[in-house]
Design a protein around this ligand. Structure first.
Ligand SMILES: *Cc1c(COP(=O)(O)O)cnc(C)c1O
Length: 458
């Protein structure tokens, strides 16, 4: 029998952990410093194995929308695991939890969505959508219409297909991606790339980049466009108001399926149930749901399918695709209870009416800080741009160093805030009160001041 070391110290856990491969981790750095061990969470706070308390301004990874420590969610899982811990939804079977969740999701999502397919992660949900797009165009007797257009710096997951949908170079380089059939156009990132154009002009220009790409490839060869309403991991890129209306027009004009990846924007993050509502996106054919669907308590994802696509997909073919755990009973029970909490505590309304606007107001105070070039947010999804020259929006070199510095100062001072390059990003639990926003501002200012000192700006 294997004897495990006593599980009672940071050093022991770090030793056990040392040779294992972590997602998105600098392993040389990990081996030098050891991993941070998180042992407990409650509300919006985390504790590490050294007893340090951290304000989690990132909701885990954009996902713990109802906050940590929800007993009613744990109980929902416990009850379901006793009653029916597992059964699959293959071959015409179902179970109550999955049927009930489907009904709820159809009720919450825009009106064209009346069909659901379940997975375990945002990545596999987007893989499912790629298969559905290809199947759809095969059944429409347009087998060439399969290229999918996405954006540079988009994040859609880490499987081979979802990473191909994504536009992260550093992910592509690892594994000879993207696969054939995936192309990328510029993103509507006005602060970094808008130059002298107004945001409105720039939004139109970025939409036109999609049309140009369609015409370059030939409309008969392009099957779909995918976008997050607001890019998350790419830096909380909030598109100008002109962007999404133009994108929808282009998709209609060239008969492209439109995929709204709502993995981050969904379930209240933007102060609406879905980011699509904030931007008036009303003609999507697919919606990808994960993260906030269960607030991360158990892994589950869902693909919402529009009526016009579902009609074709169910017209006399077997959809030979599915995961052993598609519609897992406990994960469905957790999602149902999570949605009940969002509704009963009116968290989406609170983000829209109260905490979102308050965060916007407080973030603007940071514009006086020597490092801060721009702040932006929709609901409780926000970003702080750190720049060398606020007037010209010139970035630091090498890009990313200052963001990493700031992130480390945050961690050391009791705050979790994430950095993409030199963009600091926040996405806290939707349970945040104004007092939590105030606490965030206090801790973020400490980290920003320390960063500025390091950079030698003060
Ligand atoms: C996180 C994320 C995904 C991938 O979800 P996983 O559950 O990590 O596979 C897909 N799309 C977006 C927009 C995401 O933020």
């Amino acid at each position: 029998m294997t004897v495990l070391p006593k599980r009672n110290s940071t050093a022991a856990w770090q030793a056990q952990d040392r040779r294992h491969v972590h997602p998105f981790t600098d392993h040389a750095d990990l081996h030098r410093h050891g991993s941070r061990v998180i042992t407990r969470a409650e509300g919006t706070y985390l504790w590490d194995s050294e007893g340090n308390q951290l304000l989690d301004a990132f909701a885990g990874l954009w996902c713990v929308n109802v906050g940590y420590g929800r007993k009613s969610i744990a109980e929902a899982a416990y009850r379901q695991l006793q009653e029916l811990p597992y059964y699959n939804t293959f071959f015409k079977t179902t179970h109550p939890a999955v049927a009930e969740l489907s009904e709820i999701l159809v009720g919450l999502t825009p009106k064209q969505f009346n069909h659901v397919f379940y997975g375990l992660s945002g990545s596999d949900a987007n893989d499912t959508i790629v298969r559905m797009v290809r199947t759809y165009w095969n059944l429409q007797k347009k087998p060439n219409k399969k290229t999918i257009i996405s954006r540079i710096y988009a994040y859609h997951g880490s499987t081979m297909a979802s990473a191909s949908l994504g536009g992260m170079n550093y992910m592509h380089e690892l594994a000879d991606l993207p696969l054939p059939g995936f192309v990328h156009v510029r993103r509507p990132y006005w602060y970094a790339e808008g130059g002298d154009l107004s945001p409105e002009e720039f939004g139109k220009l970025c939409a036109k980049a999609i049309e140009d790409k369609i015409l370059e490839l030939g409309p008969d060869n392009v099957g779909a466009f995918i976008g997050e309403p607001i890019m998350g991991a790419g830096g909380v890129v909030i598109p100008p108001s002109t962007y999404w209306p133009a994108v929808q027009d282009i998709c209609k004009k060239y008969d492209l399926l439109l995929i709204a990846d709502e993995v981050i924007c969904g379930f209240g993050r933007t102060g609406h149930w879905f980011g699509s509502e904030h931007f008036g996106i009303d003609s999507a054919d697919f919606m990808t749901l994960a993260k906030g669907l269960s607030s991360g308590y158990l892994p589950i994802s869902a693909v919402m399918i529009s009526d016009r696509v579902a009609e074709v997909l169910s017209s006399g073919v077997d959809f030979n695709h599915g995961y052993t755990y598609s519609g897992h009973p406990a994960a469905c029970a957790v999602a149902i209870e999570n949605i009940r909490i969002l509704e009963d505590e009116k968290l989406v309304e609170r983000v829209h009416d109260e905490t979102g606007p308050y965060l916007a107001k407080r973030l603007r105070e940071l514009l006086d800080h020597p490092l801060v070039g721009e702040v932006r947010n929709v609901g409780l999804m926000g970003a702080i741009e750190l720049v060398k020259d606020k007037k010209t929006r010139k970035t630091f070199e090498p890009v990313g160093e200052v963001g990493t510095l700031c992130r480390d100062h945050c961690f050391a001072n009791g705050l979790v805030m994430r950095a993409t390059k030199d963009t600091m990003m926040i996405s806290p639990p939707l349970t945040w009160t104004k007092e939590n926003v105030d606490e965030f501002m206090r801790l973020a200012t400490i980290a920003l001041d320390l960063t500025a000192k390091d950079v030698g700006k003060k």
